[in-house]
Every structure is written in C-alpha cells, then in structure tokens.
Ligand binder design. Structure first.
Ligand code: G6P
Length: 615
C-alpha cells in the first residue's frame, strides 16, 4: 500500500525514481510525486493526482535535475487523492521533504500540538504532520536532520516506511521503517531505497532488508549506516543477493500482467513443485516440515490466517489438511483473528498465507499467535518479506513476482503448497496411506501440464464473456472443495470488472440468494465430476427453473450437464482435491475478458492495491 523509491548516486535521480514508481504502481496509483535536490541545493517537488504518467507530464514542465531524490505512489488513507494530498510532503519552511507508506495513528494529537506552535497544514494527510514535526524538532533543538527524524519517529505511533531529504543538502538521504517494508539496494557509488526490490533490479542485486525500528543514513561518499531507532546502536549490515530478473517484471508480449500471469501458471507451478515430490511420487518433502517435525506431531489444532484471495486458498487448505492429516483446522480472516482474543497455546500451529508477505493484518495475526506460544508457519511468495522473516518456519510458493493486482498465479501457488503441506503432514503423522499419497502427489506433479491443457479453453471463454459483459450481478456456486473456488471466481470478477458477484455454497443458495435469481442474474456453477456432482446437478436445476442462465464448469467427457446448463466449459479430470486448481483457470479468464470487454484497467483496478500494509 503506497510505494516509495529513493536514490542517491551519480546518475540523474529523476528517471530512476519514475521507472521505480512504475514498478511499484501495483501498491497504489491514485497520485504520485517526486522531490529532488539539485547540485545548487534547491529542493524541487512535483506532484500529480492519478497515475505516474500524469506526474511525468507535470514534472516535464519543471526542474528535474539532481542526483538525489525521493518519490511516492499513493493509495489514499487520509484525505482524497488530490495533488495537495500527494506525497512528497514538505515542511512549512520548505526545507524538508518526506514520503511515507503507512499510517500515523496519533497524528491528530501531534497536529494539534504543532498547530498550537503556529504550524499550518496544507493537506489532509497524516504524513504532513510527520514532516512538520521533524522540522519543528530540528528548528527548536538545532539538531541534524538525522537527529530530528529519529526524535520525531520516537513520538509517532503507527506504521511507517519513510524517506527524507533536505534543501541545501544534496548528499544525505534518510530512511526508516516500522511495520511497513523498506529495501536498500547497494550499488557502486549509488544507493537505492524502495518498498520492495523491483525498482532496484537492473541496477544492483545486493540488497538489505531494513528491519523494524531501524533508521538508515545514506551519505554520499560514506559507508551506509543503519541504527536502531530505540537504542541508537549501530545495526549489523546484512547484504543479501537478489534472485529476481528484469524479464520477470515485464509483460512478455501479453497485453497485461494479469493475462501473462494467468498463462504462466504451468511454469510457475513447475517452479513451485520443483524438488518437493520424490521422483517416484511416493513422498512429499518440505524442509519447513522436516525441520520442525516435533511441532507438527505435537499439534492438536491448525489455524489458517489470511486475507483476500489468500483466505480463499486457506479455505481449500482447511479441506486438504482435514482430509489428509485428520487434525482439526480453523480458518480465520487475519483482520478478525487479531481482535478476536483467540484461544491459542503451544499445541497450536498457525499457518499464515500471504502473497506479498506484507499484509498488515496478517502480520499482526502472526504476532499475536507467537505471543500466545503457537508455532507460526508461513506460506508466502515474496522472498525476504516481513511475514517469512517473522514466522518460525515456512514454505515459499516460488511463483515469481505477481504484478496484476488481482491475484491469479499466487492463488494456484498457494493451493499447490497447501496440498503439499497437507500430504507432508499426513505422512508425518501416519494418517494417510502410501497409495493415497502417491495418487495425489502424482496428479499434483502433472498439474502444470494439466493447467496447460485447461488454458486451451481461452478462446471459448473469451467468446462466452461477450454474452455476459453487461450483466449487473453474478452468482458463483460450488460445493466442497469448490465452494472456495466459487468465492475466488466471484472475487476476480468484482475486482476487475466492478460487476457485483457473490460466491456461495451451492446448497446454501436456496436459503437466500435464490430469491435474486431471474433471467438477468447468471450463475457460474463449478461442477466437476466429484463426490458431490449429483447434488450440484439438483442445485443447477433449481437455478434453471427460475429462469437464470447457467455457465457450468464440468469435467471433460461429462455430457450430462449439456442438457441442463446454458453453457459448459470443460476442464481436465483430476482427483477431487485438485479440482480447485484446474477449475479456477476458466474463472480467471472469464473475469479477465469481461473486464477487458468493459474497457477496464485490469492490472490496476480502481480503489485496490496489491499489498495492503494498513489496517
Ligand atoms: C489485497 C490484494 C489481494 C490479496 C490480499 C491479501 O487485497 O489485492 O489480491 O489477496 O491483499 O494479500 P496477501 O499479499 O497477504 O496475499
């Protein structure tokens, strides 16, 4: 949520900052801004509402010189997305510029105190309070910018990743973080800071993940210095090597990142599965489980916590773990769990699922689980993100950077890892027989090829999408393993086409949503040939007899639905527990093409952000 990029070095900062912001636009894109200090020490600030492209048009008319600068792309929390509310914010005297990702919770108290000291505020943001506070401390105590930033941060409650520069000093960039991510890229005579590593790729592969409560002082020509905000003691500088490539951040010939990410699922799932199933398909090997056998053997309950699409993956994970491991499993929204006074102890395992590894509610849920003595396991995509660094152990999904805001390949990666985890735990606890492991693991190994096959429905789904482009409402129905698939299908449509869609357990439909069904309300029914197939057929009949159009997702060769549903999309047959992986493909495509038909920006849908680092 909000993206920050900063640069100090020998190159022109502006182009680097703009290019970096474009890579971070998935984090928010309602306004953007840049501040640079040129060689004469002048501070030049350019801001614009809307996307980074708007900022470029505005900045082109001004001074963009300088080899030091900070920049920001915003997802509004305090104040509307206007030019004035855009970052960087500048102190009243015009001397200090600051960009911020996070929320200053005690901003109202601080603002009142500063107002009493004669400060006036231009914007409605919490961020402006912080930059004014820094200026106030600097002026009243005559301290350095670093001292003032540090002192101000000690007075602030909330979450932040910030970058600060000062008029008259083209040689100093200050950055700090608490509960919002910040990465430092260490190049040859140049240093980058960013909310994630993507703006840094192509310049250097050496990065430092700033830790909570750390402040970095980056001075031209001097070694980087990182200190603890609380103790002011120097921190150990831990430089890590990035494994991302530029090609992973490009569209690769597709019109959008989302379409690229849908089509790369065979490849991403190959990466996700690599080395995790023995060649003979007889065993699943996850190092996070192997190294923590006692925790998984002792545990009496597993709780899955997540948000958004990751929560849908968690619902599938619950079924998988229950079926293969026979341990009680609960699934919680992280945002509810954290305030729900959960009953947890050392016999609990909490599994957090997150694509970004930065979701504020999921991070807070982890913290609570740890405080209560639970063993916390992470299923994450972004390597080195806050969640994997704050969990006791975990498994990466390894599907590569997901840039489209609507999650696709991360969802199938999460479900794949949860399937592996359920099998590994079932093996470990001796509750799943070898034959079942082999059957599921062998089918899972073949899932990349199965999804390749499934993607052949692309043209058919595109044609179908035209029939439904102007529907105002949709119902998505599924049962068992595919109730969460229905939720995910509905979420995809909502997110990118802005059509209202509801996911429901098919049998529950008759307790309410059936009242909505008429000829204007299409239903998408996920009906592979599984143990609940006969039951779902009667649910389809119930929809049809009320005049609703039905699109059914059915297993290849099963023609029984042809006479009942209006449209059938066939998917390859797989074991029941793997049907969500396959059935979600046509649902992703359907949402995608409906949104494209409506002319929507599928990669950057309105009001959403990929990484939600605020409550
Ligand atoms: C946002 C994204 C979703 C994502 C959710 C949870 O809402 O737009 O795609 O599912 O956050 O994010 P996480 O990174 O924790 O999976």
């Amino acid at each position: 949520m909000c993206g920050i990029v900063g640069y100090i070095g020998s190159q022109g900062a502006y182009d680097i900052l703009i290019q970096g912001l474009k890579r971070l636009e998935y984090r928010g894109y309602d306004s953007a801004g840049v501040a640079l200090v040129d060689t004469d020490g002048c501070l030049n600030v350019h801001k614009a509402h809307g996307k980074v492209a708007n900022l470029e048009s505005v900045a082109a008319m001004g001074n963009t010189n300088g080899t030091i600068g900070i920049s920001h792309t915003r997802w509004a929390t305090h104040g509307e997305p206007t030019d004035t509310n855009a970052h960087p914010h500048v102190s009243q005297t015009g001397e200090i510029a600051l960009v911020h990702n996070g929320t200053i919770e005690n901003y109202a108290v601080l603002k009142k105190a500063l107002t009493d000291h004669g400060y006036t505020f231009r914007s409605e943001t919490d961020t402006e309070v912080l930059v004014q506070l820094i200026q106030y401390i600097k002026d009243t105590t005559k301290c350095s910018l670093f001292e003032a930033v540090r002192e101000a941060l000690l007075q602030v409650e909330g979450a932040y990743a910030i970058a600060v520069i000062e008029k008259g000093d083209p040689d100093t960039l200050i950055a700090a973080r608490k509960a919002s991510p910040l990465v430092i890229g260490v190049g040859e005579n140049e240093t980058f800071i960013a909310s994630d590593a993507t703006p840094i790729i192509g310049y250097t592969d050496r990065v430092i993940y700033l830790k909570d409560n750390e402040i970095a002082v980056i001075k031209r020509g001097e070694p980087l210095s990182i200190m603890s905000l609380d103790s002011n003691e120097p921190s150990k500088i831990d430089i890590q090597k990035l494994k991302l490539s530029l090609a992973q951040l490009e569209k690769g010939g597709y019109d959008t990142f989302m379409l690229k990410e849908i089509f790369e699922q065979p490849a991403t799932l190959r990466d996700c599965l690599r080395g995790r199933i023995t060649d003979d398909g007889a065993r699943v090997v996850l190092s996070g489980v192997e190294l923590n056998k006692d925790k998984f053997l002792e545990c009496e309950r597993i709780t899955l916590v997540a948000c958004g699409t990751s929560w849908h993956a968690a619902l599938i994970g619950k079924r998988l773990i229950q079926d293969f491991c026979r341990v009680p499993v609960e699934v919680e929204y992280a945002s509810e769990f954290r305030y729900g006074n959960p009953v947890l102890g050392p016999k609990d395992v909490v599994i957090s699922i997150s694509q970004s590894g930065e979701t504020a509610d999921t991070l807070a849920a982890i913290q609570i689980a740890k405080e209560k003595g639970a063993f916390v396991y992470g299923v994450c995509n972004v390597v080195g993100a806050s969640i994997p660094r704050n969990t006791d152990a975990g498994t990466y999904i390894h599907v590569g950077p997901e840039i489209g805001v609507a999650s696709t390949k991360a969802f199938t990666g999460q479900v794949t890892v949860l399937t592996l985890l359920a099998l590994a735990l079932g093996q470990l606890r001796g509750v799943i027989d070898a034959e079942k492991v082999r059957e599921v693991a062998t089918a899972l190994k073949a899932i990349p090829a199965t999804i390749e096959e499934t993607l052949k429905c692309d043209a058919e789904v595109q044609t179908l999408s035209r029939i439904f482009t102007y529907a105002h409402n949709f119902l998505y129905l599924g049962r068992g393993y595919n109730y969460p698939t229905a939720l995910e299908g509905a979420l995809k449509l909502k997110e990118i086409s802005y059509i209202h869609a509801e996911g429901y357990p098919a049998a529950e439909m008759k307790h309410g949503p059936i009242a909505l069904i008429d000829h204007e309300m299409p239903s998408v029914i996920i009906a592979p040939s599984d143990s609940l197939y006969d039951k779902i057929i009667s649910n389809v009949q119930q929809v049809k007899s009320r005049g609703g159009a039905v699109v059914a997702i059915v297993s290849k060769g099963n023609t029984a639905m042809n006479d009942i549903a209006d449209y059938c999309i066939e998917i390859p047959s797989v074991p029941e527990c793997l049907t969500p992986l396959v059935a979600s493909i046509p649902l992703q495509l359907l949402a995608y093409y409906i949104a494209v038909n409506k002319g929507k920006d599928v990669d950057q849908p309105r009001n959403l952000a990929k990484s939600v680092t605020v409550e």
